[in-house]
Design a binder for this molecule. Structure first.
Ligand SMILES: [Zn+2]
Length: 244
């Protein structure tokens, strides 16, 4: 729902006269299987954003053996969760890099209100501000259908969904003809467990960002193209509001 660009007219005088085009600092929040990766990829193309997928970045820091990566590895080797300050350190390294000068899109972090607060503080110290949290919503039965319908090819890991994106031939990869299998992660029991974790972690975050007026909701039951169009329209509105 595009808001009126005039909503913030009363605030115009509060903006410094030298304010330039606001940078896009965004968080992507969504149900497991809500195709966040697809949306992130499209947004990266649209807005030339640095995409910070926390899991990937942490793994990269570990494999490159950076100082923070080594710290993270210690925890992981012991089977412990990597503490927030270490993850935030890794994220900040990305945030301060050249590619993130005009903004960035964060995916996979924060996962709790504590992490959200720590992140806000860390970004604030850099004199930067979170613009919006893009929340892709989907009802439980839709999430279960998407996750349990997922099949991966044994050869190259190409991903299909028996309901939303089926292969041309049943259980065979379109791209390399190899067999499709269901990962343990995607089995019904695991899926309901993931769903439980998602609700426990995400709902407080949704409330947290809603209270701050940062949350933007998107209907994850729509097609990826529709969701993408809505996200684009919403970001365009946010930018307009900021320029006034
Ligand atoms: Zn394949």
């Amino acid at each position: 729902m595009p808001g009126s660009p005039f909503l913030r007219r009363s605030e115009v005088h509060e903006n410094p006269p030298y304010s330039t085009l606001s940078e896009l600092i965004l968080i992507l929040l969504g149900a497991p299987g809500a195709a966040q990766g697809t949306q992130a990829e499209r947004m990266r193309d649209d807005f030339d954003l640095a995409y910070i997928a926390t899991g990937d970045i942490l793994r990269k820091a570990v494999s490159e053996g950076t100082e923070l990566g080594q710290k993270a590895k210690e925890y992981m080797d012991n089977g412990d969760l990597v503490p927030d300050e270490v993850i935030i350190g890794v994220i900040l390294e990305c945030v301060e890099s050249e590619s993130a000068q005009d903004g960035f899109l964060l995916d996979g972090f924060p996962r709790s209100v504590g992490q959200a607060e720590a992140l806000e503080e860390a970004i604030g110290r850099l004199d930067r501000t979170l613009m919006a949290v893009l929340y892709i919503e989907a009802p439980d039965e839709e999430i279960i259908r998407r996750l349990s319908g997922r099949r991966t090819c044994v050869k190259a890991g190409h991903v299909y969904n028996m309901y939303t994106d089926p292969p041309k031939r049943d259980e065979v990869c379109d791209q390399d003809g190899s067999r499709l299998m269901q990962r343990d992660d995607d089995r019904e029991a695991t899926v309901s467990k993931r769903l439980g974790v998602y609700h426990k972690q995400t709902e407080p975050l949704v409330e947290y960002y809603e209270e701050r007026g940062l949350l933007r909701r998107f209907d994850g039951t729509r097609s990826p193209t529709e969701v993408h169009d809505h996200i684009r329209a919403s970001i365009a509105t946010l930018r307009l509001e900021d320029e006034l």
